[in-house]
Design a protein around this ligand. Structure first.
Ligand code: SF4
Length: 463
């Protein structure tokens, strides 16, 4: 939702509106409009708090037109923030457990008592050489890394995230491609938008992305959605594909094969940006019909013959991923996949793509979904282009903290167990099991916008 017009910035200090309940009298209300952020999902849209200048109460929230992501528009949860601020059942004071865990006996304590108790436990753990017994477990940070800075300043390697039950697989797929673990698609300027899951209604950065997807569609972009559900997003799609869960990568590989087999890829982009020389150095065996007259050393960067040999290999590698193969894996008709493949190929550098959780987190090996999806951008050269997909941070301003203390020279087995050296994020879902196995103990555990009992599949282990 959005307002048709917004209070102009220069009037935010003293904005006048008529009191609606006083109608038909024209009673004026004076407001300070204070920018704030909605915290009801990870999009972090901008809000304006309408603070009554007389009572200093927040009377309502509306969108902040100056916010670069949400641009004044919010979903219904944004203005509903007022309900949270005024909820009569909101938590007003701390409770301390009296009895044994699970006995449900609590007593009210003051904030000073609660903070002294927690702080002294943290202090004793650190002073006693047990910094790994302090852990901060976060779902939605929303604080630009502030807590991580505090932990580092304490010398505690205690940051734990929820990422391994969320976006870790997608991040891995992107990281291996480009060294950045997030994509930033330019949906608004794309000719073809390819989404895996329901970004218009519930995906990561839902509202800001949804706005750009709709702008792209208004420009004439075609929308392709892979989603097992007929989501609201899928209802807006030109092509909705509901593959069998876990088979998304097979379809993406078939599209890649089509692009490669029909020479629809951006040859100069691939030659310049792919590390094909390293690939050829590691796979010196010749493809069928090639002339074994050249060395494929890394130094052969500008060697046309070597690149052509690489192209032959690429065709050979992807040839098995036919539309029929994808149909067998996914249940989507080969003819439908072919239509979608042609659409993707026609996008050229204006292909914006995105996957985050859903198919990547819900399936074993889901990271290959992100990897196969970004392969399409890498083939078409639709990376860092108008209407393409950017590595996150390339096309937006990300303020850095003024000072980040060095990471403490400690290793925390509870978050990064040795036996998983390739994990991309903290192995957070193992925490209760590592504790049960005696791999460590916790003196202070605090979670933020994360409820593992509710969120994790084995929630009760966390109690
Ligand atoms: S999309 Fe809705 S809930 Fe999420 S931050 Fe924006 S206004 Fe809040």
């Amino acid at each position: 939702m959005s307002l048709r017009s917004y209070p102009p910035l220069e009037k935010w200090d003293d904005w006048t509106e008529l009191e609606s309940v006083a109608w038909p009298k024209r009673v004026e209300r004076h407001y300070m409009l204070v920018p704030t952020t909605c915290f009801n999902c990870e999009s972090a849209c901008g809000l304006l708090a309408y603070v009554d200048r007389e009572t200093l109460e927040v009377r309502k929230y509306e969108g902040n037109p100056e916010h670069p992501g949400s641009r004044g528009r919010n979903c219904a949860k944004g203005p509903a923030t007022l309900n949270q601020a005024n909820d009569p059942d909101r938590i007003l004071y701390p409770l301390r457990r009296d009895g044994k865990r699970g006995e449900n006996r609590w007593s009210r304590v003051t904030w000073d008592e609660a903070l002294d108790d927690i702080a002294s436990r943290i202090r004793h753990a650190i002073a006693g050489g047990r910094p790994n017994e302090v852990m901060y477990h976060v779902g939605r940070p929303g604080e630009d890394g502030y807590t991580e800075r505090v932990l580092a300043a304490w010398g505690v390697d205690g940051h734990n995230s929820h990422t391994n039950i969320c976006s870790s697989s997608a991040r891995a797929g992107y990281q291996f491609w480009m060294g950045w673990d997030r994509p930033s698609p330019d949906h608004a300027n794309a000719d073809v938008i390819l989404l895996i899951s329901a970004h218009l209604e519930s995906g990561h950065y839902f509202n800001p992305h949804a706005q750009r997807v709709m702008e792209g569609k208004a420009r004439g972009a075609k929308l392709i959605v892979f989603d097992v559900r007929l989501s609201n997003t899928a209802t807006h799609a030109d092509h909705w594909l509901a593959p069998w869960p876990g088979s998304e990568a097979a379809i993406l590989l078939a599209i890649a094969s089509y692009i490669i087999g029909n020479n629809r890829y951006d040859r100069e982009f691939v030659r310049r940006w792919w590390n094909w020389q390293e690939y050829m150095a590691r796979h010196p065996e010749r493809s069928e019909g090639s002339q074994p007259t050249r060395s494929f050393a890394v130094s052969a960067a500008q060697d046309d013959v070597s690149f052509e040999e690489f192209e032959r290999k690429l065709r050979e590698l992807y040839a098995p991923y036919t539309f029929e193969f994808a149909e067998k894996e996914s249940g989507i008709a080969a003819a439908t996949i072919e239509k979608v493949a042609e659409l993707v190929a026609s996008a050229g550098k204006r292909l914006s793509t995105h996957t985050w959780r859903s198919a990547t987190s819900g399936n074993l090996g889901g990271w290959q979904v992100a990897r196969a999806l970004f392969l399409l951008n890498a083939l078409l050269g639709a990376i860092g282009t108008e209407g393409g997909t950017f590595p996150n941070g390339w096309n937006k301003f990300v303020p850095r903290p003024m000072y980040m203390p060095p990471h403490p020279p400690k290793w925390n087995e509870l978050t990064w167990p040795d036996e998983f050296p390739l994990s991309c994020n903290e192995m957070s879902f193992l925490l209760p099991h590592l504790l049960e196995d005696g791999r460590g103990r916790l003196e202070v555990y605090f979670s933020r916008v994360y409820n593992p009992v509710w969120t994790n599949p084995d929630g009760f282990s966390w109690i």
